[in-house]
Design a protein around this ligand. Structure first.
Ligand code: UD1
Length: 421
């Protein structure tokens, strides 16, 4: 298992370009299953989750070829409708194939994702609403078995779940008649998926609002297309906070700054000097003060950036209070940050952080994707050597991480202690 060794404190400089958003590409890849014509995806990020999703598509009969930065998918002949436990257990987003398989084949068997490191993460909203669209669903031997022709329906989500919105939109693309989904999630990745599907020939209206209307089309109306997903707002936020944590000047580019407006507004209130461009943010060294963060569905503060702002809060003068309102059990970075010298007290879903204590390098363990990003930020600011074990968590979501860090001035190496023996 690889580990990253970071020698701090680091001073960052220059610019870093974020990759296409993992959380946009995963549902888009599942959306490929709808299209009997070719789909060409530009600049897919080189990430473990993306490779896993491609493997899953291949198991379902999709032929994949790669030419430079374009990956071409031929889903004309789907040979299976089963997503096995072996793949689903490694990546929860495998559940995204349920909606498109139901749309295209009226049949799907997908392993239940089960619990994960950041909480129980049920899929009841995906399933109950698919039932409203005509699916008969049974749970057998750890699998969701669904069958039935998708037909338009009108329903509201009990909670604006990102994954459920995406799955149900995909299920509705080839349904008989019109589907109206109320109380949809508003995350930019959903708009990106809808734009991709519309370019394919789907008829989705209301993009960017809480109500999406999908007029079902025939499979034969879908067309060959090329698409490039939006830049990764969470990767961008991570680099922004890394720059602030190390009091550096850094340009973070390749994404839409409006997608992290809530975060930048909050950082500016804390004292951050941030200049906004059309597709970049320029960060300057800043003196920050403590803050209060409440994670919320978009456009609120994203849960996926909670761990990173906690790492930043440890390093600034003043105290901070961070509440996690989306996932239970999403404070696994706390014990690891404490190993570096952070002072954090957790009570229920809130963490109280005493800022201003110097961090020092130590061996730490990555526990989930965003928790690991927090450890990177802390390691950059800490004095001495931090070894981050179980880097595979980071490799799920941060493309080319060590090279990008090196290019902005970080002393970082990747080691494989097993291989190096
Ligand atoms: C997506 C993101 C993830 C992000 C999250 C919230 C992807 C691949 N992942 O995850 O990075 O942290 O949005 O922004 O895009 N819930 C239910 N029943 C359901 C579905 C969800 O109770 O059927 C609950 C969840 O347990 C959680 C909340 O709703 O408490 C939000 O989950 P959801 O928005 O669905 O997140 P994901 O789509 O899993």
């Amino acid at each position: 298992m690889d580990q990253l060794v970071i020698n701090g404190p680091a001073k960052l400089s220059g610019s870093v370009k974020v990759s296409s958003a993992k959380n946009a590409c995963l549902p888009i890849l599942a959306g490929v299953l709808l299209n009997p014509k070719l789909t060409h995806l530009k600049n897919l990020p080189d990430l473990r989750d993306i490779r896993t999703m491609c493997q899953l598509l291949e198991m379902l009969g999709v032929k994949i070829t790669k030419n430079d930065n374009i990956t071409t998918f031929d889903a004309s002949n789907l040979t299976s409708t089963e997503a096995t436990y072996e793949l689903v257990k490694t990546m929860r987003a495998s559940i995204f194939v349920l909606g498109p398989l139901m749309a295209r084949k009226s049949n799907a068997k997908v392993s239940l994702p089960g619990g994960c490191a950041i909480g129980a993460r049920p899929i009841d909203l995906h399933l109950t609403n698919l039932e409203k669209m005509g699916a008969t669903i049974t749970l057998e031997e750890g699998y969701v078995k669904a069958e039935g022709k998708m037909t338009g329906a009108h329903f509201a989500l009990a909670f604006p779940s990102v994954g459920a919105t995406e799955n149900l939109v995909m299920a509705a693309v080839l349904a008989d008649g019109k589907t109206v989904i109320e109380n949809c999630a508003l995350e930019p990745e959903i708009g990106d998926l809808a734009n991709f599907l519309n370019k394919m020939g789907a008829r989705i209206e209301g993009i960017g609002t809480k109500t999406l209307t999908i007029e079902g089309v025939m499979e034969s109306e879908l067309c060959e297309l090329e698409y490039e997903a939006i830049g990764d707002r969470i990767e961008a936020s991570t680099y922004v906070m890394a720059a602030l944590a190390t009091k550096s000047s850094l340009k973070v580019e390749g994404f839409n700054p409006e997608h992290i407006q809530f975060i930048t507004d909050q950082l500016i209130t804390m004292g951050a000097k941030i200049e906004k461009g059309a597709d970049y943010l320029m960060i300057s060294p800043s003196e920050l003060k403590g803050t209060r963060v409440d994670t919320a569905p978009y456009p609120g503060f994203p849960t996926d950036a909670q761990a990173q702002i906690m790492a930043l809060s440890c390093l600034i003068d003043g105290n901070s209070l961070i509440s996690e309102n989306i996932f239970e059990n999403r404070f696994m970075h706390v014990p690891e940050l404490k190993r570096l010298g952070a002072r954090i007290t957790v009570k229920g879903n809130s963490s109280f952080i005493e800022g201003g204590f110097k961090l020092t390098g130590a061996p730490v363990m990555a526990t989930d994707l965003r928790a690991s990003a927090a450890l990177i930020i802390a390691a950059l600011a800490a004095k001495g050597t931090t070894t981050i074990r179980r880097v595979y968590h980071l490799d799920r979501g941060y493309a080319d991480l060590d090279n990008k860090l090196r290019s902005i001035g970080v002393d970082v190496t990747r080691e494989n202690p097993e291989q190096d023996k």
